[in-house]
Write a protein that binds this ligand. Structure first.
Ligand SMILES: [Zn+2]
Length: 500
């Protein structure tokens, strides 16, 4: 019994630890709003991530702009390379779903009645399901080689990142639970005036559940070099690979990164993708993209930025042609709830100069730290003006609103803002809650204890949570790789001991 109490205490402490910024992209699994008088206590209410927590302002060192950034405020006079040839990311009108196999993975041509005497492939039977039932899960780029130490200036990689085998198990688990990847851009409908609303439904193959999967910070920050993460993405023999630079100037290729792993998985499980949909990559700009130093500030370090952009474009074009799409994760990875309007303005300007010309337009904005901007504020208006319509934060409740403010919940159609929570699967969540029973016990009791006058909202939240448990936590123990380099066990035992 005492053990249970200790576990609870630990879990609360862990959620607080998480809240002070251990994770780069998600503030915590359970965010506690500070305008709740009970915030920070175990009776606090799990809410949408509304990080008004002052500690959120303490940006993780790894996420600060590079040191040279402060001296590169001058706008670059050099024009950027021309826009990518690919079309900007726009919602694709739904095609006839009954005749749409997963095109990128199935080389078999669509049969035409006149010239196909052999068995035609079974057409995929599809159904329409509410767009509000879409689950959105995210993680980060992987730890490719734990033996390299996982040490970075801002802490160990395994706080944010899964290992290769953990990620492979996660994919398998999602597949086994009948999830299918869909395109996030099929979740909204654009009005002629540029505003958007949540689409009433999305299309999935019969018996499947819609899933959006995003990968945050696909940056390969040079300051993480040598820590066990790859150095960049490359296209080799027509497919995507990870690449390391070796000390002797040679390079090593690896398929141990989320994108090659997904490609491989889809070869044996093509029905994990509907209509060719794959992952959404959340990009920042301050350290370049995809492992290339594409940002203008690198010119000051003698790097040929134009050449870097050329190389990045090879990967960008491959990704777009193969079902991936991009989201803006801000330029500087700042906390948008707490930062000044001028920071958002500068971010938008730098994004438009350094990233947008490479990837094209995107309608999806993924908040760093899950730090929301509320509809009706100057910061949010600025993002809407830039064309973003789908705003993603983090919360294990994983719900969706077409509405004014993430915290209000419910539907307020016509605001042009769709808020979408993302379910966090990081090294932190996987290893911290490796004992699924502990996590579930903790969360359910936590949730029950707060009470909720709105029975419908509570029911909805619980339902969402239940459905996610099927995926993420039932077999958590199996996901978790023992990580020798960073001793989570001892660390958490120490917290337990302190509490005693
Ligand atoms: Zn991030």
């Amino acid at each position: 019994m005492k053990r249970t109490v200790l576990i609870r205490i630990t879990a609360v402490l862990l959620s607080l630890l998480s809240a002070i910024g251990l994770c780069a992209c998600s503030k915590s699994n359970i965010s506690v709003s500070t305008d709740d008088p009970s915030a920070g206590t175990s009776s606090g209410q799990p809410t949408v991530n509304t990080p008004s927590d002052p500690s959120e302002g303490q940006t993780s060192p790894s996420l600060l702009p590079l040191p040279s950034e402060g001296t590169s405020e001058e706008p670059s006079s050099a024009p950027l390379p021309s826009s990518p040839s690919k079309e900007p990311v726009t919602p694709t009108p739904s095609e006839d779903p009954t005749l749409t196999p997963t095109p990128s993975e199935d080389p078999t041509p669509t049969p035409t009645p006149s010239d196909d005497p052999i068995d035609p492939p079974e057409p995929v039977k599809t159904v329409e399901v509410p767009a509000s039932s879409v689950r959105h899960v995210f993680t980060h780029c992987l730890i490719n080689d734990p033996k390299k130490g996982c040490a970075t200036a801002s802490g160990p990689l395994d706080v944010d990142c899964l290992t290769v085998s953990e990620f492979e198990k996660l994919l398998q688990s999602l597949y086994d639970n009948d999830f299918v990847l869909i395109d996030i851009n099929d979740m909204y409908v654009l009005h002629k005036n540029g505003t958007a609303k949540l689409a009433p439904t999305v299309t999935v193959p019969e018996g499947k559940k819609p899933l959006v999967f995003s990968i945050d910070d696909v940056t390969y920050d040079p300051r993480k070099k040598g820590s066990g993460m790859i150095d960049r993405l490359v296209i080799e023999n027509g497919t995507i690979m990870g690449c390391y630079d070796n000390a002797d100037g040679s390079t090593t290729l690896t398929d141990g990164e989320v994108f090659p792993i997904l490609e491989k998985f889809l070869k044996t499980h093509p029905d994990f993708s509907y209509n060719g949909a794959k992952f959404t990559l959340a990009l920042t700009g301050f350290a370049g993209i995809l492992g290339y130093r594409t940002d203008e500030q690198y010119a000051e370090q003698g790097i040929d930025v134009a050449k870097e952009r050329e190389k990045a474009m090879v990967v960008v074009n491959w990704l777009k042609a193969n079902g991936y799409n991009f989201a803006c994760h801000s330029y500087s990875h700042n906390n948008y709830t707490n930062c000044a309007l001028s920071r958002v303005e500068r971010d938008v300007e730098m994004w438009n100069r350094n990233v947008k010309p490479l990837i094209g337009e995107t309608k999806v904005f993924i908040y760093p730290y899950g730090a929301w901007t509320n509809h009706g504020t100057a910061k949010h208006d600025l993002l809407l003006k830039e064309g973003f319509v789908m705003f993603c934060g983090t919360s294990q409740l994983n719900t969706i609103w077409d509405g004014k403010q993430p915290k209000e919940g419910g539907i307020a159609s016509g605001t042009g803002t769709i808020y979408l929570e993302r379910f966090t699967i990081t090294g932190f969540t996987v290893r911290t809650y490796a004992n699924a029973a502990t996590y579930m016990d903790y969360y359910y009791n936590y949730y029950k204890s707060i009470g909720n006058d709105d029975a419908t909202a509570k029911q909805k939240a619980q339902k969402n949570f239940d459905s996610l448990f099927e995926v993420s936590y039932n077999n958590m123990q199996e996901y978790c790789d023992p990580m020798q380099i960073y001793d989570h066990e001892n660390r958490y035992h120490k917290i337990l001991a302190d509490e005693e």
